[in-house]
Design a protein around this ligand. Sequence first.
Ligand SMILES: C[S@@+](CC[C@H](N)C(=O)[O-])C[C@H]1O[C@@H](n2cnc3c(N)ncnc32)[C@H](O)[C@@H]1O
Length: 245
Amino acid sequence: MDSARLTWNSNSDFEIGGYTLTMDYAHGGSKIKSENRRFLLMKAKNFIGHYTSLVPDECRKILELGVYQGGSFVFLDQLLRPDRISAIELSGAAIPALDQYVSDNKERARLYYETSQDDVSKLQEIVSKDFDGELDLVVDDASHFYEQTKTSFMTLFPLVRPGGMYIIEDWSWSFQDDFQDPNHDWYPIPSPANLIIDLMEDMTRSGLILDIQVTRELLKIRRSNAVASRVMASQARRGRAYNLL
Ligand SMILES: C[S@@+](CC[C@H](N)C(=O)[O-])C[C@H]1O[C@@H](n2cnc3c(N)ncnc32)[C@H](O)[C@@H]1O
């Protein structure tokens, strides 16, 4: 199966499968609302190639964490045409355009509002019910907070099939200038960059991680063929104090 084609209208606007995706990124959220067949995608253009390079046949079961206005959900679904796609979103504020999209695709698509990425039992229930217990692709674009991102990873990565992929977006915010200000709301929050050491450590210890690709935009973590077990269950830091960034 080939990926659907993107037709670019401008640097921030493209068509896919009869939908228009408008890209606009703002910390705290873009002000653009999705309406009808036009969806707000809160990503910059340099993220797009990471997804268009995925192989649709390898992405039949997709779980997304954090939808905002739903543009990424529609983008992933139209690009890869998976057999099943589900997403969770912390907010309970309805996104009518996305609700309509999910309803139009109700055999394949599910959306869970008011669901946090660190709700372990809910995540397990979704994977069990919607995906028969196994995922091909997880895209985490939710809190971008270290602890919550790690909880999702520890819960979901063992449920990714061998060869499947786990993507974590926007891991690098804590190094950016805006976030150096002690008055910034996110200043006290540990950086998701801490996860990179956890991932390297776990690649050595549990054997579930085949490889890790670190790019400016996101982390791509590939599942190995090892029999599923727990990830990040232990540390091996030779007694060194563990100070979070
Ligand atoms: C960066 S936006 C997602 C953008 C969307 N994926 C896109 O590309 O258009 C992050 C979203 O994650 C949601 N979020 C924040 N914390 C979350 C959590 N703990 N669990 C689930 N979703 C969360 C926010 O409400 C927000 O809608």
